[in-house]
Design a protein around this ligand. Sequence first.
Ligand code: NIG
Ligand code: FE
Length: 394
Amino acid sequence: MTVPGGDLVVRNIGRLTTWRRPVIQDAAVIIRAGIVEWTGESRELPAQVRDAPEIDAGGAAVLPGFVDCHTHAVWAGTRRDDFVGRLSGEAYSPAGIMSTVAATRAATDDELRATAAERLGAMHRHGTTTVEVKSGYGLTAHDECRILDVVAALAGETDAIVESTYLGAHVVPADAARSAYVDEVIATLPEAKRRGARWCDVFCDEGAFTVDEARRILTAARDEDFGLRIHAEQLTNSGGAALAAELACVSADHLDHVTTEDARALAAAGVVAVLVPVASLYTRSQRWGHAQLLSDAGCTLAVATDCNPGTAWCESMPYAVQLACLGMGLPVEVALRAATEGGARALRRDDVGHLGRGARGDLVVLDGDHEADLVGHLGASGINRTVVAGRPLG
Ligand code: NIG
Ligand code: FE
């Protein structure tokens, strides 16, 4: 990792979204040592930047880099059979997670690292400049720590921000007794912390962990100084959102089966609602209305890919945004804000997700001259250039 980063001037921007002031037309950005120093209209560009490396955006729109605040990017094997089965009417079941666990346990560290690095590379090409990565396909203390080590290694190889989350409580492994496994997850928390995990997550749902088990794990994690996240109300309404509000988790994610009362409790407790529309599509839940319900209740929204082999094999934040708009009905600006600033809020960061002065110089130059076209042009990449800490990738 070589942050703080480079100097860069991005010129000839048709529309610049910073989220700190109204969209600026015919704009430029100055990044110094990886940090945004100046944004404004081209004609006001200070003269002294003339020597800095530059990008000519060619009139394209520029956005803050995407903040993908929910991924499971370290895994081995494939869930092809689950996917094909769903298309002939089989329902998604968390039991399928165990086949990914078996493949992941059998993979070498190098294999896990290489495949995860490819996924992160694809994420960067799709404009992601900050990514959260969960463990959760190891499900023994040893294998969970191995995955967290892979996440730490990936973080060390890139200027992009990689946030690490311990998800030992993904499902109860088929080869373990329930209460002994909950004890093991709790006992592993200090080691997970030492391996670089900042967050602890629990999958609270039918087929995964109960509210009482999730409360035990998350309370212990809070005592170990983890920030708390929860997979809640994905497959059924089972009380995960109310627990998120009770524990003031930083985020509650999925929420397909959330109720109005849950949504109000999340908003009152300041829990960020993370929408993962790719999973809603991929599991064929056909549930989209929760986004509006959470928005109406006043929740801060984030949009993430949930990149994983079982419910969301997708590295593309633009695709997640397209589904947030076309599936969930969010306006373009709301969805783009959720995919940038909202993701940053879900990771408790104010240095990313916007392009105000002092933010990291993480941005995307789009192909088109308006950010709505990133959503409207389906099946296209839409991203021309990704800049991380003032350094253009690729
Ligand atoms: O976020 N819901 C739990 N975990 C993942 C799916 C994991 C899998 O099926 O492999 C999710 O959807
Ligand atoms: Fe997930």
